[in-house]
Design a protein around this ligand. Structure first.
Ligand SMILES: [Zn+2]
Length: 264
């Protein structure tokens, strides 16, 4: 699984989230190595979902698969890039490989000085891609703080992070060595049906219910993904290995750490 990586080899952030024109948004401005036009690389292998040339040549890139977020979340990620002066090299449906140069800084869309404004979001491209926020700025849907989304590694030239504490990919294996996947069932869920591993995960096949709310949430190792990654095999105390549905807003997959009481 790809780890989502910061899209510029130079990190020189000139405006962080929730200040100035980034009010009510997790946007950041990346100005690259100097005052000229630097390039951006794809943070993950993704597909271009939308290009909006009327304003800042905004481009939405959605990961083609689930990726690992810096905070341990596993999900699709969508990123909005803005200010490239010329996006005639890009088209909707185009697949960009992780690390591939595809976007540039610029000033299109009322930018002061060459930079790239970008915003990360959890999940696939949704709706029109963005909405007008409470401060009157267009902001990506389902946005999430950049340092909770993107990793760096030792190859990055870190000049100014504006206080963001980016996680280095090497920290993950050094701190715990745990790369296991976990499914975390929210305490908001009262019951969670489970199935025999070989059965289709449909209502009539349920053989019992887990009770996340009763235990303040429940976490399990994922032994295996099944049914096109919509279900996972877990080990329960009383029923042995069973299968549960994992594509739900109250279920979250994490890597290397778990959120609630772990059932082994
Ligand atoms: Zn900006």
């Amino acid at each position: 699984m790809e780890k989502a990586m910061y899209p510029s080899p130079y990190i020189r952030i000139t405006q962080a989230d929730h200040v100035g024109s980034h009010r009510d948004s997790y946007a950041v401005d990346e100005a690259g190595s100097d005052g000229g036009i630097d390039y951006l690389v794809a943070p993950f292998t993704g597909v271009i979902k939308k290009i909006y040339t009327s304003d800042g040549n905004e481009v939405w890139l959605e990961s083609t698969n689930q990726v690992q977020f810096a905070d341990g979340t596993v999900d699709y990620m969508t990123i909005l890039f803005c200010h490239d002066n010329d996006v005639s090299n890009l088209k909707v449906g185009q697949v960009i490989k992780q690390g591939q140069r595809f976007y540039e800084e610029g000033t299109k869309g009322n930018a002061q000085g060459n930079h790239c404004h970008f915003e990360c979001a959890r999940g696939k491209f949704s709706g029109t891609g963005w909405h007008k926020n409470s401060a009157g700025y267009w902001s990506i849907n389902n946005s999430k703080k950049v340092s909770e989304c993107l990793f760096i590694d030792d190859s990055y030239h870190v000049m100014d992070t504006k206080g963001y504490n980016f996680k280095n990919t090497k920290e993950i294996s050094q701190t715990t060595g745990d790369t296991r996947n976990y499914i975390n069932l929210s305490p908001k869920a009262d019951t969670w049906a489970f199935y025999r591993v070989g059965d289709a995960p449909v209502k009539k096949n349920a053989i019992g219910n887990l009770k996340p709310s009763k235990f303040g949430g429940l976490s399990y190792y994922i032994y295996q993904y099944c049914d096109n990654n919509t279900t996972a095999v877990i080990q329960t105390r009383d029923f042995g290995k069973v299968k549960i549905y994992i594509k739900h807003e109250l279920a979250e997959v994490t890597v290397g750490s778990y959120k609630y009481g772990l059932v082994e």
